[in-house]
Design a protein around this ligand. Structure first.
Ligand code: SF4
Length: 404
C-alpha cells in the first residue's frame, strides 16, 4: 500500500475496520454477522464496501489519517487477491495511511497458502490473525470448524514463508467436557510455534446459534464455568512462563506486538467501521450499520446512484447506518473507564483521564472505585487504576460497574 504524506491539517489518527461477512460453513457457536453459502454476493459486496468508504470519507472536510486497518469477519481470507487490490486502492485514495500503520487480516487456517499470503503482504498487510481455536481434531470438529490441526501448522509456515513477522492465533477454551490435558496441549503446541500474539476466549453458548438450540433442548452440556476459570488461570501463568505479556483480559503478546487496532478500541479512541453490521465511533457518535447483507448493499447502491436521498449527510454517518447514539462527556468518561479496565497491565491513568476530560477520575467515580478497591477487584499501581488477578475472573462485574 502506498502511504501518502499529507501536510494539511488533519483530524486525529483513527482506526479502520472492514467487515467481511462470509464463511464456508457456520460454526456451531458463532453469533457473528456472517453468511455461509453466499459467496456469489462477494463481488457486489466488495463494490459496496468501496462505495461506502468513498461516500463516508467524502463527507469529511479534513484529511483522514489511518493508523490501523483491520479486515475482520467472517472469513476475510475468502476474498480473492483481486478483490483486496480493489479495497487497498480505495483505502489508499480515501485515507492517509501512516507509514507504520498496522494492517491486519483474520484468516481461517486451511483457507490460505503462501502464494495468497505473499500477495496480501505485497498489498501492505503486515499482521495475520488465524482462528486456530484448538489443535485437537475432535474439538475442532465439535466446534464445527472446517480446518484440521495440520492446517494450523501449515498456515503458520505459509505465513512465515510469505514474510509475516506478526502473527496472532486465537484459541477457545472451556468447551463442554473438555479435558484439561487437551487444553494444555493446544496452548503448548500453539506457543511452540513462536507466534507473536495469542488471544484466548472462553466458549459461550449464545441464543440463536446451533449450540444455543442444542443446549436449550438439553442435548448439549453447557461449559463448566469453574473449569473454564481454572483453565484461564493456568493459561495466564503458562503464557507468562513462556515469555508472553498479558496486556488485556483475553490477549497476550511478546513485547512490541500488542494489537494496535484493538488498543484503539480499549483506549476509547475513534474508529470507522465499514460493511454489514459494522460499528464506528467518531465525532462523539457511536454508529452501527444495517445487519442484513441485502439491506446493506441496497442502501449503498441507492445512495451511489441517486447521489442524495433522505440519508444524513454528516461524517461519519453512512447510507448503511441504522443507529446513531450520541456520546456525551459523561458517557465517554464511563466508557473510557469500562474499556480501560480491560487493559490488565496499563489500566486507566488518572493523569491521562484528567488531561482528556478536565475532571479527576476519583471525583467522578470515587464511590465505585472505593468499593471495588475494598473488594480487591481493582488496585492502584502508581498513577493507574487497574484490575487485579481476582478481578479478572469477575471481569464483567468490574467493567459494568462504571456504566449506567
Ligand atoms: S469461521 Fe468464525 S465467523 Fe465464520 S462461522 Fe466460524 S466462528 Fe463464525
Amino acid at each position: 500500500m502506498k502511504r501518502k504524506d499529507n501536510n494539511m491539517t488533519a483530524s486525529e489518527p483513527l482506526s479502520i475496520y472492514l467487515h467481511i461477512p462470509f464463511c464456508s460453513k457456520r460454526c456451531g457457536y458463532c453469533d457473528f454477522t456472517t453468511y455461509a453459502g453466499k459467496e456469489s454476493i462477494i463481488p457486489a459486496y466488495v463494490d459496496s464496501l468501496c462505495d461506502e468508504i468513498k461516500i463516508v470519507t467524502d463527507l469529511c472536510n479534513e484529511p483522514l489519517i489511518a493508523k490501523t486497518i483491520f479486515f475482520g469477519g467472517g472469513t476475510p481470507s475468502l476474498l480473492t487477491l483481486g478483490q483486496y487490490e480493489k479495497l487497498f486502492k480505495t483505502m489508499e485514495n480515501c485515507f492517509s495511511v501512516r507509514e507504520d500503520a498496522e494492517i491486519s487480516l483474520e484468516a481461517n487456517p486451511g483457507s490460505v497458502n503462501s502464494e495468497y499470503l505473499s500477495g496480501l503482504k505485497k498489498l501492505g498487510l503486515n499482521r495475520l490473525s488465524l482462528g486456530a481455536q484448538s489443535t485437537n481434531n475432535e474439538e475442532l470438529s465439535f466446534l464445527g470448524r472446517i480446518h484440521s490441526r495440520e492446517d494450523i501448522f501449515k498456515s503458520v509456515n505459509a505465513a512465515r514463508d510469505a514474510g509475516f513477522k506478526n502473527l496472532n492465533l486465537d484459541l477457545i477454551f472451556g468447551l463442554p467436557e473438555q479435558k484439561f490435558g487437551n487444553w494444555k496441549k493446544s496452548l503448548s503446541e500453539v506457543t511452540s510455534l513462536n507466534i507473536e500474539h495469542i488471544s484466548l476466549y472462553a466458549l459461550t453458548i449464545e441464543k440463536g446459534t446451533p449450540f444455543g438450540a442444542l443446549a436449550n433442548k438439553g442435548l448439549m452440556n453447557i461449559p463448566d464455568p469453574d473449569l473454564a476459570a481454572e483453565m484461564y488461570e493456568w493459561s495466564s501463568e503458562e503464557l507468562d512462563r513462556v515469555g508472553f505479556q498479558q496486556y488485556e483480559i483475553s490477549n497476550w503478546a511478546k513485547s512490541d506486538f500488542y494489537c494496535k487496532h484493538n488498543l484503539q478500541y480499549w483506549h476509547n479512541l475513534p474508529y470507522l467501521g465499514f460493511g454489514v453490521g459494522a460499528h464506528g465511533f467518531a465525532r462523539d457518535m457511536r454508529i452501527s450499520n444495517a445487519l442484513r447483507i441485502n439491506d446493506y448493499i441496497n442502501r449503498i447502491k441507492r445512495r451511489s446512484t441517486q447521489n442524495n436521498g433522505n440519508m444524513a449527510e454528516e461524517f461519519p454517518v453512512s447510507p448503511a447506518t441504522v443507529s446513531i447514539k450520541p456520546v456525551n462527556k459523561n458517557t465517554s468518561m464511563q466508557e473510557t473507564l469500562m474499556l480501560g479496565m480491560r487493559l490488565t497491565k496499563e489500566g486507566v491513568s488518572a493523569q491521562k483521564f484528567n488531561d482528556r476530560y478536565g475532571d479527576k477520575l476519583v471525583d467522578i467515580f470515587g464511590k465505585d472505585i472505593a468499593e471495588l478497591l475494598e473488594l480487591k477487584l481493582i488496585e492502584w499501581v502508581g498513577d493507574s487504576l487497574r484490575i487485579t488477578d481476582r478481578g479478572r475472573l469477575l471481569g464483567n462485574q468490574v467493567f459494568m460497574r462504571f456504566v449506567d
